[in-house]
Design a protein around this ligand. Sequence first.
Ligand code: EPZ
Length: 416
Amino acid sequence: MDMLLIEGGCRLSGEVAISGAKNAALPILCAALLTAEPVTFTNVPQLKDIGTLLALLRQMGVKVSVEGGAVTLEASGLNNPVAPYEMVKTMRASILVLGPLVARCGEARVSLPGGCAIGARPVDQHIKGLQAMGAEVTVEHGYVRACVPRLTGARLFTDMVTVTGTENLMMAACLADGETVIENAAREPEIVDLANCLVAMGARISGAGTDVIRIQGVERLHGATHRIMPDRIETGTYLCAAAVTGGEVRLTGTSAAYLDAVIDKLMDAGCEVVTERDAIRLTAPERLQAVNLRTSPYPAFPTDMQAQFMALNCVASGVAMIRETIFENRFMHAVELQRLGADIRIDGNTAVVKGVERLQGAGVMATDLRASASLVIAGLIADGETRIERIYHLDRGYERLEEKLAALGARVRRLN
Ligand code: EPZ
């Protein structure tokens, strides 16, 4: 079991390149199921979750070729519209094959993803939308089974804003008969990136990025080439790491365009942030000011940055209130941060963080992807050595993390 050893106390400085966005690449790779023609994606991050999804697509009969950050998929030989539990349980975003499989094959059998550390993660909205489009959907023996000769366009309204729910239904609607309107759609930039890829494949979509997305179904989609957008959460994570260490970094191959809420909070905390066309520079103050935050769907403050900002608030001056409104159990990192000396009080979905002068290095355990990132950030500013176990969580969402941190001057190494 790999672990990370971090020697705290180094100011981060220098430049690193940001990778392609995991949460754009996952739905976009599934979009290849919608056509028999080859589709090529570039700037694909080399992550565990991406490898898991490619293995899932391969066992369905999709031809997969990978050259560095370029992936070409060809689903002409798609002959097994099934996503088995053994594969889905390791990566719940596998549910994103459901919509494309029903649209392309008229049937799908996808294991229910089940919950994870941060919550129950139900997929009822995905199912409700497909049923509204005419699919017969049953849930039995832990699998979602869906079948319909051809989906029919419909007006869909999701009970809550759901990112992968919006993505699944948007992909399904591309090959439906007639127009589909998704109301209360998620507005995340990753949905816009997916829509841009689908349009390049011949889909007819308008409104992506707003809460009403219109899709005119077409008979078939064709091949295309698409470059995955930069990872805004990886970007925010490195900005936080630089901020807490009093550092000065320049992140390239990324954009501030999708990080307004995060950059606002970093500036409130006392950081100077300069945005260039495809880079962001951050200069941190001697000591940060505590910042309150409340997670909400895009464009508000992203839940995927909540854990990283909790680490930042642990050593900021003042008291911060953090409210997590998206997931029911996304404070798992708090108890681990307390092992490092943080002063955090949890009350339901609210955390009260009282900044302390210094944290002390200790052994801690990663519980989920973004919680692991918050422990890395805390380790960078803790006195002495911090040992983070179960870092396979990190490998799911951060490409070459220790390499990039070391390039910025951090003393970090991986032990296995
Ligand atoms: C996506 O998850 C992201 N994952 C998550 O990132 C992110 O935290 C989340 O959106 C919120 O922004 C990917 O894009 C692969 P939701 P998703 O459906 O789509 C409830 C990371 O760290 N809900 O937007 O699964 C749900 O329980 C990951 O990279 C239903 O009740 O999240 C949650 O409370 C973690 N029924 C809320 O909606 C449904 O059918 C939002 O979930 C669907 C969702």
